[in-house]
Design a protein around this ligand. Sequence first.
Ligand SMILES: C[S@@+](CC[C@H](N)C(=O)[O-])C[C@H]1O[C@@H](n2cnc3c(N)ncnc32)[C@H](O)[C@@H]1O
Length: 286
Amino acid sequence: MTHSAARPTLASQFDAFHAARARSGLVNHLYATAMGEAYPPEVADSSSCDWPLLGLMTSRLRMRPGQLLVDAGCGTGGTGLWLARALSARLVGIDLSPVAIEQAGARRAAFLPNGRATFRVASLDDTGLPDSCAHGIVCVDSLGFASNRRDAVRELGRVLAPGGRLLLTRALRQSAEPAWVEEASSAGLTVEHVAERPHEPAMWERLYRLWIDHADHLRRELGDPQAENMLREARNKLPSLPGRRAVLLTLRRPPEQTTPPSPTDTMTGLGRHPAATPTTSERTPQ
Ligand SMILES: C[S@@+](CC[C@H](N)C(=O)[O-])C[C@H]1O[C@@H](n2cnc3c(N)ncnc32)[C@H](O)[C@@H]1O
């Protein structure tokens, strides 16, 4: 076996994380402690998804009942399931990790009636979803793991229906020039809104310090390899948190243009074929 073949893939690393987390309540307990009252217990994500973020996403998606929401990089599914229930939407969740997808499927019945949600293994840059099928897409703390962010945004843009919105959490250094305007335009999307999340870095700082303070407990509960992965992440990320800027981006696929009828159409064409032209609301889903 070559060295590179022996290296764990991103999917197998996340499989190990999600499997270990399911074996012990300790990780959830530490997330809940770090977030305090902002922790949404039913969602129980492995991300910065707190009550303020759920509120922001609920209001920015602007979806109608029955439309399709995609949770891209859904992990164990809590964010997408919670939002789909709140918005009366249908849901498809995709994630690289088969273990996460299995756990998400097992949580489905607690949130939504049968048939309203499906979860499948797929990657952000190759979702396997049809063109223009989704009126909303959320991608919480997952885009940073994509091998090429621009390809992933382009793929998610392809899946978005005209007028639909893609919500992405992003983080960068406070002094850095954001790349998202360029990434959005290469996917045919516009940046509709940028919401700052000033409390996000402090949450990660509290969480990482809790992981370090509970290192022995994590090793006992999760086993050495998984605990060491988390402790390495905590030590690597802590120094960069003071200069971190976190945002929720809303990217939008422009609604389809409705061409105003020419005077000739008004007098003849439309008058002769009133059923031939769909109404504005049929052509421009919001
Ligand atoms: C930090 S977790 C966040 C999960 C979930 N969004 C949440 O809020 O709990 C990142 C997730 O992204 C998934 N992921 C990473 N890279 C991916 C990719 N290229 N395509 C699909 N999923 C990916 C991982 O398997 C993991 O479950």
